[in-house]
Design a protein around this ligand. Structure first.
Ligand SMILES: Nc1ncnc2c1ncn2[C@@H]1O[C@H](COP(=O)(O)OP(=O)(O)OP(=O)(O)O)[C@@H](O)[C@H]1O
Ligand SMILES: [Mg+2]
Length: 381
């Protein structure tokens, strides 16, 4: 956190934004920094209750760090600015920017005018006093930052906190970062006592992989870090004129592209079927290296046979002519796969000596799927 900077943290309702920011301030306070948590949504009592739950893990003789953070339950912008100026914290969280109200403006809290005014005035104060500020923002149902979208240009960093509400995994990623790469991501697990960093996500995802038809392990890159995730597909006869294409964790257009390439260059037609693809654990993979995993999962699901040598790992981008293209950091992906017991990773040419290198989608299918049983007549022919 850079003094004088503004970070916008977005996330859907209930995903854990307050939990995350509370814990961040708790740790900063514990390491000797002055902090302030401004809550416009919850009463000081509510914030204290959460802090008590978050601190349950600290040993009895230690003070609970989350409880040491000063809390201000306030929505009036003027009052908040006065407190900030008087207390001069080094780090401050405003939860959330949509609840702030500048008395001199007529719009309701959360309106574009109010949000912009609040952010601009907080920024001026933050820059003048060197306060590192995190603004919490709400996100609409389709994932865009609501209201504070107008803030994206103003702030130094935009962070997105995401995950499936039903699953414990949460991911923190940067959409904009003036101080570093936007490729880094943090993976956390939501527990009773708050968020815990998932240190070895690959081991978990590989252990959980089903190894059934339609399942494949993708050796992905999360920023500069390799991560093994399970990609699952289901292909079922459709009753709809326009069969369903449902994705979670990958881009929908990417699936359409992979299905077209599979049909044209892999001999796996899915025209009359519903296709579902899911990256297990609520993780999102946003890189071209996922193409091959999607293709293999769909092919395996479509034929109803598990990939040979499961858990089978792969990575690679598919070209429109059915070729498999090189993607970044093959050595790190291969090392991660080897570390977790996934041998013979199917990968593009030039990936590494230990990989099962193939040049085309057709070769990848040949390497990963047992040849379909031939009917006797064909065999005779
Ligand atoms: N006792 C509990 N045990 C485990 N998890 C809990 C408990 N209480 C709350 N949670 C988790 O914390 C989540 C709420 O966290 P938090 O209040 O930080 O979310 P938020 O993103 O700030 O929500 P909002 O949009 O309402 O401000 C719940 O959805 C739930 O998953
Ligand atoms: Mg909250």
């Amino acid at each position: 956190m850079v003094p004088g900077s503004l970070v916008l943290l977005g996330g859907s309702p209930g995903i854990g934004k307050s939990t995350l920011t509370n814990m961040v301030l708790g740790h900063l306070q514990q390491s000797g920094h002055r902090t302030l948590y401004v809550s416009g949504e919850e009463s000081a009592e509510q914030v204290r209750l959460r802090a008590e739950r978050l601190g349950d893990s600290s040993p009895a003789h230690e003070v609970n760090p989350a409880l040491q953070v000063p809390v201000l339950a306030e929505t009036d912008l003027e009052a908040i600015l006065d407190t900030l100026a008087a207390e001069a914290p080094q780090a401050c969280v405003i939860d959330s920017v949509q609840t702030l109200r500048a008395a001199e403006l007529s719009g309701a809290p959360g309106s574009v005018g109010q949000v912009r005014e609040a952010a601009a005035r907080i920024m001026a104060l933050a820059k003048a006093q060197g306060i590192a500020v995190i603004l919490v923002g709400h996100v609409t149902k389709d994932g865009a930052l609501a209201g504070p979208r107008v803030l994206e240009h103003l702030v130094d960093c935009v962070l997105q906190f995401e995950g499936e509400r039903e699953r414990p995994y949460r991911e923190l990623r940067a959409l904009k970062n003036r101080f570093g790469s936007t490729n880094e991501a943090g993976l956390f697990e939501m527990r009773q006592r708050g968020l815990v960093e998932v240190l070895d996500a690959s081991a978990r995802f590989v252990a959980e992989a089903t190894r059934a038809p339609g399942s494949v392990v993708l050796a992905a890159m999360e920023g500069s870090r390799p991560l093994l995730v399970e990609v699952q597909a289901l292909v079922a006869p459709s009753e709809l004129e326009q069969p369903r294409r449902v994705v979670s964790g990958i881009d929908r257009n990417r699936l359409a592209l992979v299905l077209a390439i599979l049909g044209r260059h892999g001999g796996v037609g899915t025209g009359g079927s519903d296709v579902f693809v899911n990256v297990v654990g609520g993780v999102r993979v946003d890189e071209p290296g996922c193409d091959l995993a999607v293709a293999l999962a769909v092919a395996s699901a479509s034929r109803g046979v598990a990939l040979s040598g499961t858990p089978r790992a792969c990575f690679g981008e598919l070209g429109l002519t059915g070729e498999l293209r090189w993607v970044g950091h093959p050595e790190r992906r291969l090392a991660e796969a080897a570390k977790h017991g996934c041998g013979a990773v199917i990968a593009p040419l030039d990936s590494g000596r230990d990989a099962c290198e193939v040049a085309t989608l057709r070769q990848a299918l040949g390497a990963a799927l047992p040849a379909p049983a031939r009917r006797p007549a064909q065999a005779a022919a």
